[in-house]
Write a protein that binds this ligand. Structure first.
Ligand code: ASP
Length: 404
């Protein structure tokens, strides 16, 4: 049986067991089963820093020239911005159509004591690490990406004498890929142990009052996946959507159960390289960047949640306010880290931008994990679509170059 099916079985069994166990059994589950999930996540996290560093250094140096890097970088960022903005619009439309907030009442004493969202300019300035070791200690993905790009460019510029450095990183990258393969053998158990406590804690009683907002986020994610992404793949780069979704399924299941794009990254890289024909150069640049800044699921959620809060308070938003939400929702999703619950923290930014009361967040905070599962799954799927898109576009450029 292939790994994908095994992970699927782990997921389904975990959901079923969670429903049977329910909130009553949560204590036992947390004590004896959840640790296996944590162990799995720890193993993946263990490999992220060396994996991203080594593969991106190799990727950047094997591109051979800085112009090519600039071209890929430019395309990637435009792709990410456009798809994210489309995602926020889908989120807004979902809320307009389904009105998940109307009829709901905020408990009189609702307070939301959220963490402060980081100022966006900080995200930009902090991209460059002042200390590489510190960046690795913090597993700060953007900083590691920037450093790796510099090393790759340095290797290219030095040429012959930098060969040993290049082969060191090349060997290291291969070793980390192999380790990911080994860790993945544990994925079915990891996924089972991760999903069980979530389902046990979020029984039907917790979810039903907020069923509409959950449906709005899930349907929004499905629409973006099946329409936007399929159209991009089919129409722009002639890649079979069926092949794509089959190939990326293992990463999607890991994302669904870990709620972390960063933790899913090694699997996303493995799937795109092995199943979707994306080269190491492209995947090692496009995917770590995407896991950090490209979050279409988080963007949909920003759109849905902003309108949801407005509806609870009976506030009618004007078209220009909705445009502001598209803008801040996009920025908020860029600023969100690839870790569980990051999108919820960034929601304060989106709500504040149009003066919506932050207390509204209290209502959905309780079920955030369930929304996070859908948005993280979409987040990593969007990164993978980008990697296929960029790969195909680069292939075309290269072909044109050869025949010219
Ligand atoms: N958990 C999401 C991710 O890692 C971010 C979010 O909370 O929206 O992609």
């Amino acid at each position: 049986m292939n790994l994908s099916n095994k992970i699927l079985i782990g997921l389904v069994l975990g959901v079923a067991a969670g429903l049977v166990v329910g909130p009553e059994g949560l204590g036992v589950v947390k004590k004896w089963i959840a640790p296996f999930g944590t162990l799995f996540i720890n193993m993946i996290k263990m490999i992220i820093v060396p994996l991203v560093l080594a593969s991106l250094v190799v990727g950047a140096s094997s591109l051979g020239d800085v112009r090519k890097l600039g071209r890929i970088g430019g395309k990637t960022i435009v792709f990410y911005l456009v798809t994210t903005a489309v995602a926020v619009v889908i989120g807004i439309v979902m809320s307009l159509v389904m009105s998940p907030g109307s009829g709901l009442q905020l408990p009189a004493n609702a307070v939301y004591k959220g963490k402060e969202a980081p100022p966006l300019m900080d995200v930009f300035v902090n991209m460059v690490p002042t200390n590489v070791i510190q960046a690795m200690l913090n597993a700060d993905m953007l900083q590691i990406i920037v450093f790796a790009l510099f090393v790759g460019i340095g290797i290219t510029l030095v040429g012959e004498r930098a060969k040993p450095v290049e082969s060191f990183f090349d060997g290291l990258a291969e070793v980390t890929y192999k380790i990911v393969g080994v860790i993945m053998a544990f994925a079915p158990i990891g996924v089972f142990a991760l999903i069980l406590p979530v389902v046990a804690a979020n029984g039907p009683k917790v979810l039903i009052p907020l069923a509409k907002v959950i449906a709005a986020v899930y349907i929004g994610c499905l629409i973006h996946m099946s329409i936007t992404y399929s159209a991009i793949l089919k129409l722009l780069v002639d890649f079979s959507p069926v092949r794509f979704f089959k190939g990326i399924l293992p990463a999607q299941m890991i994302a669904f159960s870990t709620c972390s794009s960063a933790a899913t990254l090694p699997v996303t890289m493995k799937n795109t390289q092995e199943n979707l024909g994306v080269s190491k150069e492209v995947s090692s640049f496009v995917l770590p960047l995407g896991a950090t800044i490209n979050m279409d699921g988080t963007a949909i959620y920003q759109g849905v949640a902003a309108l949801f809060v407005a509806q609870i308070y009976g506030i009618d938003l004007s078209l220009s306010q909705m445009l502001v939400i598209v803008l801040t929702g996009t920025l908020a999703s860029i600023g969100a880290a690839g870790v569980p619950g990051a999108g919820l923290i960034m929601l304060t930014l989106t709500l504040q931008s149009v003066g919506l009361p932050l207390e509204g967040i209290a209502l959905i905070a309780g079920i955030d994990r369930v929304l996070d599962m859908a948005r993280t799954t979409l987040n990593i799927t969007g990164d993978a679509v980008a990697s296929v898109f960029i790969q195909r576009a680069e292939d075309k450029v290269e072909k044109a170059g050869v025949s010219a």
